[in-house]
Design a protein around this ligand. Structure first.
Ligand code: FAD
Length: 429
C-alpha cells in the first residue's frame, strides 16, 4: 500500500483522481456531500413517469479521450450512443434541414451560410487545426468574437456556425468567452480530424450512467465511499491532512485531493479558491402527445434554443408521445424567466419549424445557476494547477488549470493531474 488519501468531492474530477490513486495502490476514501456520486452530471426523480430526468444534456465527442478512457475502465461505455459517422442536423427558421457530415461536400452546400462565409470558415478551420499551444495561450486576453473577426469571420458565420459549438462548450457566447479556450476546444475537436468530432450521447439518465460503476470500481480496489459526508474545513498539518465534517467528526490521511466546485472550496479552504464567476445552463424538458420530429438531435438556426435532443429516440423510449429536451447554454438572460414562458417559447419554435400539431402535454425546467465557471477572457491566470503550497494537498475540478473550459473531459483530466502529483511525490506527505 502506497499511503492513505482522501478525495473530497465525488464529481468526475474526484472520481478520476480516486480511481488513479486506487490503481496506484493507495487506500482511498471518497467523501461526497450528496447521496450519489456524479456531481454536475446528474439526474433527478420525475414523479410523473417514475423515472429520472437529466439536470441538463451532457454531450461528449470522440476527442474526449480521457473521459471515454475513464468510462472504459468503469465498464460503462455501453451507456453512450456513439455516432458511427459525424452527422449534425441544422434546422432553419422555415423548417429546412441541412446536415453537416464528415464529407466536405456537406459544408460546401451548407445553406445557412453564404458561399463566401463557407469558404472563410473552411479556411479558418484549417488554420485553427494547426495552432500550437504557444499561439493559443496569449489569446486569453481576447474574446472569441474578436479573434474570429481577426480570422475573417463574419457576424453571420459566428452566430450560424461557430457559436453552435463554442457557446455550449464554453458556456458563454463568442462575444463573452476567452479566445484561448475557444481555440483549444476547436483545435482539439476539429484539428484531429472529423472522426474526433463525432457525438457521444448518454442513453440513460445521467445519474444512472457511472456513479454505481465508480463505487463498485473503487470498492473492488479497497477504497471506501462516504456519501452524505460534507467537508466543512480542511487543515493541512505536518505529515497529514485533516478534514472536518458537518457531523462534527474528522477524517485524516497522508494526502488529500480537494475536488470541490470552486465556490465550495472557498468555504472550506479559501486560500486556494479563485475569484471565478459562474454561468448558468437551462434545460427545458417537453413532453408531447405524439412525435414532433424523427431527428435524434438538431441545432436550430437563429434561435435562442440552440440545441434540441430527442430523448425518445436517444433513449429508445416507447411512443406514441415524445420527450424533447431543449438545451440553453450561457442562459443568464433566461435563467430567471418563468417556466411557462420558457416552455411556451420552446414549444412555439419547435412547432413552427416542424409544422407539428403535436400537443405539449407537460414540461419540466431544470436550472443550473452555477453550471460552470464563466469562461471569460482573463480567466487563465485565476485557474490554479493541482499543486498547493502544502505537501500532500492537491486540487482538482473542471475549473482548475486544464486548458479547457468546464467540461467533463476537463474534469477527468484535472483529477488525473492531481493524482499524478501525489503519485510523483511518492506516498503522501
Ligand atoms: C446542465 C449542465 C450541462 C452540461 N453539459 C455539458 C456537456 O454537454 N459536456 C461537457 O463536457 N460538460 C458539460 N457540463 C459541465 C460538466 O458537467 C462539469 O464541468 C463537470 O461535470 C464538473 O465536474 P467536477 O468534478 O469538476 O465538479 P462537480 O461535478 O461539481 O463535482 C464536485 C462534487 O463535490 C461535491 N461537494 C461540494 N461541496 C462539498 C463538500 N463541502 N464536501 C463534500 N463534497 C462536496 C458536490 O456535491 C459534487 O458532487 C454541463 C454542466 C451542467 C450543469
Amino acid at each position: 500500500m502506497k499511503g492513505t488519501a482522501i478525495v473530497a468531492g465525488g464529481g468526475l474530477a474526484g472520481i478520476s483522481a480516486a480511481c488513479d490513486l486506487a490503481d496506484a495502490g493507495w487506500k482511498v476514501t471518497l467523501l461526497e456531500r450528496k447521496k450519489r456520486l456524479g456531481g454536475m452530471v446528474a439526474s433527478f426523480p420525475d414523479p410523473e413517469s417514475g423515472g429520472e430526468i437529466d439536470n441538463g444534456e451532457h454531450i461528449a465527442i470522440e476527442a474526449c479521450t480521457e473521459l471515454l478512457g475513464l468510462f472504459g475502465r468503469l465498464g460503462c461505455l455501453d451507456r453512450l450512443k456513439r455516432q458511427p459517422r459525424l452527422r449534425i442536423p441544422f434546422v432553419g427558421p422555415d423548417g429546412r434541414v441541412a446536415e453537416l457530415t464528415e464529407s466536405s461536400w456537406s459544408f460546401l452546400t451548407f445553406p445557412f451560410l453564404s458561399l463566401g462565409d463557407r469558404w472563410r470558415v473552411a479556411r479558418a478551420l484549417r488554420r485553427i487545426g494547426k495552432m500550437r499551444d504557444a499561439e493559443i495561450a496569449p489569446l486569453d486576453n481576447f474574446t472569441s468574437a474578436d479573434w474570429l473577426d481577426d480570422l475573417g469571420q463574419s457576424p453571420a458565420s459566428i452566430s450560424r456556425f461557430w457559436d453552435f459549438f463554442l457557446a455550449p462548450a464554453l458556456n458563454e457566447p463568442a462575444a463573452r468567452s476567452s479566445a484561448a479556450l475557444a481555440a483549444r476546444v476547436l483545435r482539439d475537436a476539429m484539428g484531429l480530424g472529423p472522426q474526433f468530432s463525432r457525438f457521444c450521447l448518454f442513453r440513460a439518465p445521467l445519474g444512472t450512467v457511472f456513479p454505481a460503476a465508480a463505487e463498485a470500481y473503487l470498492t473492488s480496489k479497497g477504497g471506501t465511499i462516504r456519501s452524505l459526508a460534507t467537508v466543512t474545513k480542511v487543515r493541512p498539518e505536518t505529515g497529514r491532512v485533516v478534514l472536518e465534517l458537518t457531523d462534527g467528526g474528522t477524517v485524516e490521511a497522508e494526502a488529500c485531493v480537494l475536488a470541490l466546485p470552486h465556490e465550495n472550496l472557498a468555504e472550506v479552504f479559501p486560500e486556494s479558491a479563485p475569484p471565478l464567476e459562474h454561468s448558468p445552463i437551462l434545460n427545458a424538458h417537453l413532453w408531447y402527445d405524439k412525435a414532433v420530429t424523427s431527428l435524434e438531435f438538431f441545432a436550430m438556426i437563429d434561435s435562442r434554443v440552440q440545441w434540441v435532443f430527442n430523448r425518445s429516440v436517444i433513449s429508445g423510449l416507447p411512443g406514441p408521445g415524445q420527450h424533447l429536451s431543449c438545451s440553453i447554454s450561457a442562459a443568464r438572460d433566461w435563467a430567471h424567466r418563468p417556466g411557462e414562458e420558457i416552455a411556451s417559447d420552446c414549444d412555439a419554435e419547435l412547432k413552427r419549424r416542424f409544422r407539428s400539431e403535436a400537443r405539449l402535454v407537460r414540461f419540466v425546467i431544470s436550472r443550473e445557476h452555477r453550471a460552470t465557471f464563466s469562461a471569460r477572457p482573463g480567466t487563465a491566470p485565476m485557474r490554479p494547477g493541482p499543486r498547493t503550497r502544502h505537501a500532500g494537498l492537491v486540487l482538482a475540478g473542471a475549473w482548475t488549470d486544464t486548458g479547457y473550459p468546464a467540461t467533463m473531459e476537463g474534469a477527468v483530466r484535472s483529477g488525473r493531474a492531481a493524482a499524478r502529483e501525489l503519485v510523483k511525490a511518492g506516498g503522501g506527505t
